[in-house]
Design a protein around this ligand. Sequence first.
Ligand code: HEC
Ligand code: HEC
Length: 270
Amino acid sequence: MKIKTLLSVFLLIAIGFIISSLRLTSSISSLSSDEMSIKRGEKIVMNYCALCHGGEDGKLSGKMMDDIPKFVGTIHTSNITNNIEKGIGKYTKDQLRTLFRTRIKADGKKANMLMPIFPLMADEDINGIIDFLKSDRFAVQSSEATYPPQKLKWIGRTFDKKVKIGTMPDKPISLPDTSNKILWGKYMVTAVYRCYECHSGEMIPDDYNPTVSKKYLQGGHTMYDMERKKVKVRNITPDLKTGIGLWTEDDFYKLINTGVRKNGKNVRSL
Ligand code: HEC
Ligand code: HEC
C-alpha cells in the first residue's frame, strides 16, 4: 500500500522554500516589534504554509489537493484569509495557537492529517505566524473562496486516525541561540520546516522527537514528482558516500537558490 507516499504527493514542495529562512532577519531590526513579528511570520507562512494554502487568487485562500489519490479522498486546504465566514476571521489568537500546537480547530474538531503541527516551534515564531495571519497583508486579505466538504475514504480515514492531536506545551519555548549555526539549523529542520517528515523513514513521524525517527534524515521514502515519476528522498546526513558530507555551504545554497544539486543535476520538484 502506497500510503507512505501520502505525505508527499500533495506537498508541492519545491526545495526553494528553505531559502530565505535559513538566513536570519537581521536587516529588519529597525522595525517596530509588531512589524518584526509580522515579518517573522510572513517568512514562514509564505515559504511553507503557502505551498498548501496558496489559492488561485494569489492569497492564502486554500485549494483542492488534486494530487491526493482518489482512493484516499477528496481534500482541500482551508481558506486562511481574514474572511469572517469563509476564512479564519473568527479565530482568536489563542485558537490559532491551539491549532498549531495540537491540530484542534476552532470548531473543536481535529484538523485532518495533512495539516501539520509545530510542537517544537518557538513561541516567537508561532506568534509571528499568528500576527501575520491577523495582519492586513495582501495574502491574508479577505477571500470568498469556498470548497466542497472534506471527504476521506476508508484508507484516508484509517491514516487520519493514526495522526493524533497534540498537547499544549507546559512551558514557554524559546528560540535556540541564533548565533549557533548548528542549533539554528536543527531548529529549522525539526521545528519549523519539518524536513524530517520526508527525509526520514517513518510514515507518521513523532513530531515531538523527530531526531529519533527511524532513519532520521537518511532518506527512505519513495515519492512521486510533479510528473508522477518515482523519486527517492535523499540521504541528507553528513555521510560521505550516501549523504551530503562532501557538500560545502555554497553547494547547499546553490541547491536552495537554483535547484541544482552538487552533481550538477536538477532537483526534482514534488
Ligand atoms: C501539507 C499541507 C499543509 C501545510 C504545509 C499547512 N497546512 Fe494548514 N491545513 C491543511 C489542510 C488540509 C487543512 C484542513 C484541515 C481540515 O479541514 O480538517 C488545514 C487547515 C488549516 C487551518 C484551519 C482552518 C479552519 O478551517 O478551521 C489553519 C488556520 C491553517 N491550516 C494554517 C496553516 C498555517 C499557518 C500553516 C503553516 C505554518 C499551515 N496551515 C501549513 C494543510 C496544510
Ligand atoms: C515534501 C518532502 C520533502 C521535504 C519536506 C524536504 N525534502 Fe529535501 N528532498 C525531497 C526529495 C524527494 C528529494 C530528492 C529530489 C531529487 O532527487 O531530485 C530531496 C532532496 C534534497 C536534497 C538534495 C540531496 C542530494 O543528494 O542531491 C537536500 C540537500 C535536501 N533535500 C534538503 C532538505 C532540507 C534541508 C529540508 C527542510 C528544510 C527538506 N529537504 C525538506 C523531499 C523533501
